[in-house]
Every structure is written in structure tokens, then in C-alpha cells.
Ligand binder design. Structure first.
Ligand SMILES: Nc1nc2c(c(=O)[nH]1)N[C@H]1C(S)=C(S)[C@@H](COP(=O)(O)OP(=O)(O)OC[C@H]3O[C@@H](n4cnc5c(=O)[nH]c(N)nc54)[C@H](O)[C@@H]3O)O[C@H]1N2
Ligand SMILES: Nc1nc2c(c(=O)[nH]1)N[C@H]1C(S)=C(S)[C@@H](COP(=O)(O)OP(=O)(O)OC[C@H]3O[C@@H](n4cnc5c(=O)[nH]c(N)nc54)[C@H](O)[C@@H]3O)O[C@H]1N2
Ligand code: SF4
Ligand SMILES: [Mo]
Length: 681
């Protein structure tokens, strides 16, 4: 039997056709507009049956006992978890219980359910990982023009790929880029690594890691000073252009070039090509996240789209038509004045009606330093913070200090090993779900359950609803299953699960419309594109990005590592794994059994490093051990360290090295991506 669904083995959320035989998933194929011979292969999807039916799946709830775990019934596990919630509520108040979300269960409806549970229970502390992922970038877009744009590369004449590697992380978008190139579209790539896109680009800006902000300011300056912007659009729909022009004037290409490792002529050429080729889109990515200046750098990049009037045009950067949904988070149930542990980041907490709280480092602050108050119990859902969070040593100390750690996951991982209770979750093919990608914009494509739950696992929403009922909150969880909850959420959109199942290609809540700003304005306080933000100024932040002209050091450990230090970069997301996931799936780990430190030929020669030699790399936070791989993929002066190998080898975890003491002041983002380090051979 073939069934339509959405793959959620990574966050690309590709629509797929799944083949099911005898109740088991046997294979799945990604849908694509490209002819068969031009489609990209996804090895994770090819291994989907091995992942879903892996013998390593946790199939029954587990409770820690002695040195190991005992299999228990769902009743016993849920009673234990609810008992701990209530015990701590009684002793220290509901806020001493926090819920930490990783990326894997999706940021859509699953996010709403956990928030609803915790808000009903009385704790404001449902914390996502948006400070290190795309939510900080989303906030920056929103502060400029009210929404995070959706680039339209398929119809673009010029594509800027800025810190994104869709070849590995989003095959659908990569196919659109390849298609546009076949139609003659120009390509500009901003990436410190020679990615496949960089290798095929018209202009490749091999920017110094973390220096995107000054580069974007230099490009803004070129476009403004050269009169290459759309003056009519800026006049009619912009606010604060003069302030931006003044700030950008402090970043002439000649001045910025040396700091950013770039040639001024290349910066000028990129600005010129982008501003004069229409329509153009900018695909920004995780390369801009996890930087100390993530918010300001992304804001500056967003302003490039607005200056050139590429906003909301076909082939440009579309302003999404968000699907109208019932907000089921019941945030209003929290008593007035309830203080979340993310209290130091109020703008990030409130920039969006449903995103909620996302400075994940605050969870660790609250456990270890008990600031602003102690967190004693943590539920980790669909994440592996022991490996993926900043400063792994600090994270581990925090997880070990907890009175109770509950993990909801499919597999035993480095975080689950530390848990008191483990609740087995169902995989994406075993549950129906509304993902953020479809809530953010029409058409809505449903992730549809195509097989039964494996073992006694339960879907995330079933677990959340059941826990709610045990906590005496049955009235807040009236839904028998995900389908009923999704129908309730979709009511304002006039859509239902049943209708979505009849339309696997997706359904629109309203017809597609471009240039909506002409009648509706932008969703900012002024209704305009805000080159200068009154909201930021009122909160004590620069109204215009990099307003002072002065550059703070964007990388951690610049002073501590001193002479001879290299910039350590967090490594590639290969298309075999999603962060720490699938490292024990035979078909995948066989293709890439270990991580490497990619070092430039010149740096290797200067240090007498041979290919394949073991390197020890350190920062003031800790050490990793990895084999050297010599090439010209990286810029001299930098070394790229294989990402997420801390799951298979604790001595190879990049986050052993990262620094959580310095953070972006608006979004609480630490510099996980790039930091100074020393190589000890
Ligand atoms: N240094 C450094 N740090 C980083 C990054 C980096 O590049 N460098 N990347 C950052 C980014 S962008 C992100 S998003 C985070 C990722 O951080 P995490 O979200 O912690 O990432 P994963 O390792 O993918 O962990 C996901 C876990 O969820 C489980 N899982 C999978 N599907 C489901 C499901 O449906 N339900 C449940 N309950 N569990 C499920 C998986 O088995 C796995 O254990 O890491 C961040 N940290
Ligand atoms: N296969 C696979 N797919 C995934 C994931 C996965 O783990 N594996 N994770 C999912 C998640 S949670 C996310 S957030 C997305 C992320 O997907 P992407 O946004 O594509 O993120 P990355 O591939 O980490 O990095 C993008 C590019 O940024 C570059 N880069 C690094 N530092 C800098 C810098 O300082 N400046 C600039 N301009 N570029 C820089 C890197 O070299 C890389 O080429 O992928 C999702 N899809
Ligand atoms: S890229 Fe592969 S693993 Fe990720 S959603 Fe698409 S098909 Fe699934
Ligand atoms: Mo992410």
C-alpha cells in the first residue's frame, strides 16, 4: 500500500509517498517537480525503514533503578512523572519544573501542546532551542518587515545563498536552485566553506566566520551610495532609511574587507549583481545563527531584500500567508506577573504570538546558578541537549544536578542515559502532525500516520495529553487523538484533517497573493519596513544594526586563545544524519563512521600535520580529539570540526569547546558556530 505523508526525519519536511507492507514501512520516496534523473537522493529517507524499525528503538517506558533501567507500564511511568510534577509544585511552585524542546518533534503543533500543558500546570518554562536555530533569525526578519520571508529561488534571476547548505539540509530547495541555474539565474554564495554551491557560484564570498554583519553593512552601503536601491519603494514603504544610510556609510568595502577576509572588489561586485538583477532572493540559513551578533547580522541581511524591493514578489522573497490557527497555548492562564527563566530576553520571548520562549541556555543557568530561581525537574522532548547544547561540560553538570529528568525519545542517547524516566516516542511515520512548515504558509500539507506505533511507543501529543490528564487537567485536553486536536486548531482556516488527507498536495487557506503590503502594509508597529526600529531603541538596543559603527569581537575566546589560534567552526550537516540522530543506523554510519577536523593545506604544512593524524583541539571550556583531513575547503586560519559526533564519542563533541558565557543580547544566542581554539598535535 502506498500512502502520502511528510517526512520529518529532518526539518526539511519533504512530502513523500510511503510504501507499507504487512504494517511495516518498507520504503519512502520524496516527491519533486524535477524529472527522475535530476532528483536528489536523500540517504536518510532511503534508510527510513531501518530507522523506524530499528532494533534499538525504545519500546516500553523505562524507570531508572540502581545502575540501569527497568521496563515499566505506561501507567507506572506516567504516575511517576505526574507525581514528581505535583511534588515539586507543592514544595517550590510549578515554575521549578521546566520543559526543554529539541528540534525533532517539529516546532509546529507539537510546540503548542507542550506549551499548553505547562501553562495549564502553571509553569512559564517551556523552552525551545530557537536561540541557536532559526527562531532568532525569524525574529530579526520580523523586526524589519513583520515576517520571516520565504525565498523563491525557482523563479529568481539572482539567488544569494547566505550561510545555508540546502544541498545537504533541504533537497527540495536545492532542486529549485539547480533548476534556476539551468534557466540562467546568477548565484552569489556567502559561506566560509567551499560548499558545492560556493564551487558553482558566480561570486563566492568566503567570509570570515561570524563576520556576516559587517559584510552585510558593506553591501548595504554599496547599494545606497551607488543609488542601486529602489527609491520609490523605500520612500513609500520604508521607515528610517536615512539612519540606515548613515550607519552603513561607516562600513565601506575597503574598510571591511580585511576584517572579513574578503576582497573589496568582490564585495562591491556582489552588491552590484544582487541589486541590479531582478527578481532576486536571499536564502539565509543556519550560518547566520549561533553567532554573537546573530540578530543584528540577520537584520542587516533582511534590509538588503527591502532596499532592493524584492519583498513579496515572484522570484523574490515572499511574505508568507500564515495559516489562521486557533492559538491553543492558553498563556493567559499563567498568573499575572509570572516570571520565566528567560526573563533577561523579554523581546525574544514576546516577538511572536505563539513562538514563546527560546533561550535554551537559561535552562542551564536556572539549574546550576539557580538564577532567576531554581529549576529542579526537566522534561526533555525530542532533543539531545547533553551533546547539542553549548558548553557540554556545564550542561552535563546541570542534568546531573536535577532531582528528576524525564526524556521523551525514540532512542537511548547521551541525554536519556542520565534520565530518571524515559518515555518512548513514536516516529514521524507513526503519527499525524501539523508541522511549522505548513502552519507558516499555505498550502498546508499534512504529516500523516502511515503505520502503527512501534512497540508500546506513543506519539508526542498522546504523551502530553495523557500527562495533562494525570495532572488533573483533563478539561484542557478534551481531544481523543491528534486528529481531533488538529481539527480544533484548524477551525479558523476552514480546513480539517479529513480534507487534508484527500488533498496530499496540500490545501490553501486563502489564494496566493503577492505584494500584499500595497494594501495591508507590513506587520511591524509602523506598518512599514523598519530600517530603524523604535521598539529596539525603546528597549535600549541600537535602532539600526551596527549603528555605532564600532565592531565588537564576534567570536568567543579571541583574547583567551591568543597568538597562533585558529577559528574553530562547527562542522557540516552531512545528508546522512540529523544532528546526533541515526548514528547507529547501519546503512548511514557505514557511509561516514567518524568526524574529521578539516584543516587548510597551508595551516597543516605550517604545523607539520599529516592527513589522518589525530589532533587534540582545545578552548578554555574543554577538548576534542579528531583526525585531521587536509584540503582547501576551509580558509587558512580556520578549522572545521565534525558536528554532533559527541553522541558516538564524548571526546569528539564540538560543544565540549563552546562558550555559553557570551551571548547575543537580544536573542541569547551563544557562538556555537565559530570560536577561537588551539590545536595541540
Ligand atoms: N556547536 C553546535 N551546536 C549546535 C548546532 C551546531 O551546528 N553546532 N546546531 C544547533 C541546532 S540548529 C539545533 S536545531 C540543535 C539540535 O539539537 P537537538 O534537537 O538536541 O538535536 P538532535 O540530535 O537531532 O536530537 C533530537 C532527538 O529527538 C529524538 N526524536 C526524533 N524524532 C522524535 C519525535 O518525533 N519525538 C520525540 N519525542 N523525539 C524524537 C531523536 O531520537 C534525538 O534523540 O543543536 C544546536 N546546537
Ligand atoms: N541532513 C541534515 N539536514 C538538516 C539537519 C541536519 O542535522 N542534517 N538539521 C536541520 C536543522 S535543525 C537546521 S537548523 C537546518 C540548517 O540548515 P542550514 O541552514 O543549511 O545549516 P548548515 O548546513 O549548518 O550551515 C549552512 C552553511 O553555513 C555555513 N557557515 C558556517 N559558519 C558561517 C558563518 O559564519 N557565516 C556564513 N555566512 N556561513 C557560515 C556553513 O559552512 C554551511 O555551508 O538543517 C536542517 N536539516
Ligand atoms: S531531507 Fe530527507 S530526511 Fe529530511 S525531510 Fe527530506 S526526505 Fe526526510
Ligand atoms: Mo536547527
Amino acid at each position: 500500500m502506498d500512502a502520502h505523508t511528510v517526512c520529518r526525519l529532518c526539518s526539511a519536511c519533504c512530502p513523500v509517498i510511503a510504501t507499507v507492507e504487512g504494517g511495516r514501512l518498507v520504503r519512502a520516496e520524496r516527491k519533486s517537480f524535477r524529472p527522475l534523473e535530476k532528483r536528489l537522493h536523500c540517504p536518510k529517507l532511503a534508510a527510513a525503514a531501518q530507522i523506524v524499525h530499528s532494533p534499538d528503538r525504545i519500546k516500553r517506558p523505562l524507570i531508572r533503578e540502581g545502575g540501569g533501567f527497568r521496563e515499566v507500564s505506561w501507567d507506572e511511568a506516567l504516575d511517576r512523572v505526574a507525581g514528581e510534577f505535583l511534588r515539586l509544585k507543592e514544595r517550590e511552585g510549578p515554575r521549578s519544573v521546566a520543559w526543554l524542546r529539541g528540534m525533532a518533534a517539529d516546532w509546529g503543533a507539537q510546540w503548542d501542546y507542550a506549551n499548553r500543558l505547562m501553562n495549564a500546570f502553571g509553569s512559564p518554562n517551556t523552552i525551545g532551542n530557537g536561540s541557536v536555530c532559526h527562531v532568532a533569525r525569524e525574529m530579526a526578519h520580523c523586526y524589519v518587515y513583520g515576517a520571516m520571508t520565504l525565498p523563491q529561488p525557482k523563479d529568481a534571476r539572482c539567488i544569494v545563498v547566505w550561510g545555508k547548505n540546502d544541498r545537504n539540509t533541504s533537497p527540495g530547495v536545492c532542486e529549485a536552485i539547480f533548476h534556476a541555474r539551468e534557466q540562467g539565474a546568477r548565484l552569489i554564495v556567502v559561506d566560509p566553506i567551499k560548499t558545492p554551491f560556493a564551487a558553482m557560484a558566480d561570486i563566492w564570498l568566503q567570509v570570515k566566520p561570524g563576520w556576516d554583519g559587517p559584510l552585510a553593512m558593506a553591501m548595504l552601503n554599496e547599494i545606497i551610495a551607488g543609488g542601486l536601491y529602489d527609491a520609490a519603494f523605500v520612500r513609500d514603504y520604508g521607515l528610517g532609511f536615512e539612519d540606515l544610510a548613515e550607519a552603513a556609510a561607516a562600513f565601506p568595502a575597503e574598510k571591511v574587507a580585511a576584517d572579513t577576509w574578503l576582497d573589496p572588489a568582490a564585495i562591491r561586485a556582489a552588491a552590484h549583481l544582487y541589486a541590479t538583477t531582478k527578481p532576486a532572493c536571499i536564502i539565509d540559513g543556519n550560518g547566520l545563527d549561533m553567532q554573537l551578533q546573530a540578530f543584528e547580522a540577520t537584520r542587516a541581511v533582511a534590509m538588503l531584500r527591502a532596499l532592493t524591493a524584492n519583498l513579496d514578489r515572484p522570484g523574490g522573497d515572499f511574505i508568507p500567508q500564515a495559516v489562521p490557527l486557533a492559538n491553543i497555548q492558553i498563556r493567559e492562564r499563567l498568573p499575572a506577573g509570572t516570571v520565566p527563566i528567560t526573563v533577561d530576553y523579554p523581546l525574544f520571548d514576546s516577538f511572536h504570538p505563539t513562538w514563546g520562549r527560546h533561550v535554551q541556555s537559561c535552562v542551564i543557568d536556572a539549574i546550576l546558578a539557580e538564577k532567576p530561581y531554581p529549576v529542579r525537574m526537566l522534561v526533555v522532548q525530542s532533543g539531545n541537549p547533553a551533546v547539542t547544547m553549548t558548553d557540554a561540560g556545564r550542561v552535563r553538570r546541570a542534568l546531573e544536578k536535577l532531582e528528576c529528568l524525564v526524556v521523551i525519545d525514540l532512542f537511548m542517547n547521551r541525554t536519556a542515559e542520565l534520565a530518571h524516566v524515559i518515555l518512548p516516542a513514536a516516529s514521524c511515520f507513526e503519527k499525524t502532525q501539523l508541522n511549522r512548515s505548513s502552519m507558516r504558509n499555505s498550502p498546508v500539507i499534512l504529516q500523516n500516520r502511515v503505520i502503527d506505533r512501534v512497540g508500546e511507543s506513543r506519539s508526542d501529543e498522546e504523551i502530553v495529553f495523557a500527562l495533562g490528564r494525570r495532572l488533573g487537567l483533563a478539561a484542557d485536553f478534551p481531544w481523543a487523538n491528534a486528529e481531533e486536536a488538529i481539527d480544533a486548531q484548524l477551525t479558523p482556516a476552514g480546513l480539517t484533517v479529513a480534507r487534508l488527507r484527500e488533498h496530499p498536495e496540500g490545501l490553501r487557506a486563502e489564494p496566493l497573493r503577492y505584494e500584499k503590503y500595497r494594501t495591508e502594509g507590513f506587520d511591524t508597529p509602523s506598518g512599514k519596513v523598519e530600517f530603524s526600529s523604535g521598539r529596539l531603541a525603546a528597549a535600549g538596543y541600537p535602532a539600526v544594526p551596527f549603528q555605532a559603527g564600532a565592531l565588537a569581537e564576534p567570536l568567543s575566546f579571541a583574547a583567551e586563545c591568543g597568538e597562533g589560534a585558529l577559528i574553530g567552526m562547527s562542522g557540516e550537516r552531512t545528508n546522512l544524519f540529523t544532528h546526533t540522530q541515526y548514528r547507529r543506523i547501519p546503512a548511514l554510519i557505514r557511509q561516514e563512521p567518524e568526524g574529521f577536523a578539516d584543516i587548510h593545506t597551508a595551516d597543516a604544512a605550517a604545523r607539520g600535520i599529516a592527513d589522518g593524524q589525530w589532533l587534540s583541539i582545545e578552548t578554555p571550556r574543554g577538548k576534542v580529539r579528531m583526525k585531521a583531513r587536509i584540503s582547501d575547503l576551509v580558509h587558512p586560519g580556520s578549522v572545521r570540526l565534525g558536528w554532533a559526533w559527541g553522541e558516538t564519542d564524548p571526546e569528539a563533541g564540538v560543544n565540549n569547546l563552546t562558550d555559553d558565557d557570551r551571548r547575543d543580547p537580544v536573542t541569547g544566542t551563544p557562538a556555537n558556530r565559530a570560536f577561537y581554539c588551539r590545536i595541540l598535535t
